[in-house]
Design a protein around this ligand. Structure first.
Ligand code: SAM
Length: 234
């Protein structure tokens, strides 16, 4: 049996590539985006009542991780990328039907547009459905998950002297909490766990229209080196 689904909207996100996106929502509250609804859901009626809701569930497609052959086991980055576990025990992106789910903060509702924060979604992510978060049903007080029992440990993020004023200028231009976004995302240590970061090695990721580079002066410590307008963006 097959079902055809089609997106109700597309996320315009601060994250322009997969690298350095937090592994779950809420981990970077400064990660913002807009869910642009597609016809016929772009009319005010479809979102009427949502202004009473602080958070929504998004069901979406991992559109940049779709695969033809289903995997039974995956190697989640959280376990260091070298331990293989059953696909249904993880929230890995490579999964049957490529469906992801995230609870995100609903900052503001407009006809055709939902303003979101705390997202873990790539720019262009197709959203299949939106549901209000229902605290009495969705918040499970005695829940446990021994494989993912706490948020990732944060590492300190420092700035090269001239990088921070640049980031502040871009934050003003974009009207976005850019410094916080960079610090919150890098503090999660996006580097694959199996990689030993040599101090000479530069890492980079794109946030909004900016390329951000950093390095590890020593393992467990990040220094932001520069924040530059991405070359191929007008
Ligand atoms: N909260 C969701 C869930 O549990 O289904 C996503 C968890 S998944 C581990 C989070 C990662 O998915 C992010 O770090 C990012 O690299 C990746 N990601 C986000 N949006 C994506 C997309 N549209 N296509 C492929 N990968 C995506």
């Amino acid at each position: 049996m097959q079902h055809l689904v089609s997106p109700v909207g597309i996320v315009r996100s601060c994250f322009k590539e997969k690298f350095a996106i937090p592994r779950q929502p809420h981990l970077a509250p400064a990660a913002r985006g807009v869910l642009e609804l597609l016809p016929p859901f772009d009319q005010g009626e479809a979102v009427q009542g949502l202004e009473q809701v602080s958070h929504v569930w998004l069901l979406f497609l991992f559109h940049q991780a779709l695969e033809d052959k289903p995997r039974l086991k995956v190697r989640p980055p959280r376990l260091g990328g070298n331990q293989s576990v059953g696909v249904f025990s993880t929230r890995a992106t490579h999964r049957p039907n490529g469906i992801g789910q995230s609870v995100v903060r609903l900052e503001r509702v407009e006809p055709g547009r939902l303003h979101l924060s705390g997202i873990d979604l790539l720019d262009g992510t197709p959203v299949l459905d939106i549901k209000p978060y229902v605290p009495y049903a969705d918040c499970v007080n005695d829940a446990h998950n021994a494989m993912a029992d706490a948020a990732p440990r944060l590492i300190p993020v420092e700035w090269q002297a001239d990088a921070l004023p640049l980031a502040r200028q871009h934050a003003l231009r974009l009207n976005e909490p850019l410094v916080e976004l960079i610090e919150q995302c890098l503090a999660q240590d996006p580097r694959p766990a199996y990689q030993q970061p040599e101090p000479e090695r530069r890492y980079g990721a794109r946030f909004w229209d900016l390329d951000v580079h950093w390095h590890y002066p020593e393992p467990g410590r990040i220094r932001v080196l520069d924040v530059q307008k991405a070359a191929n963006i007008a």
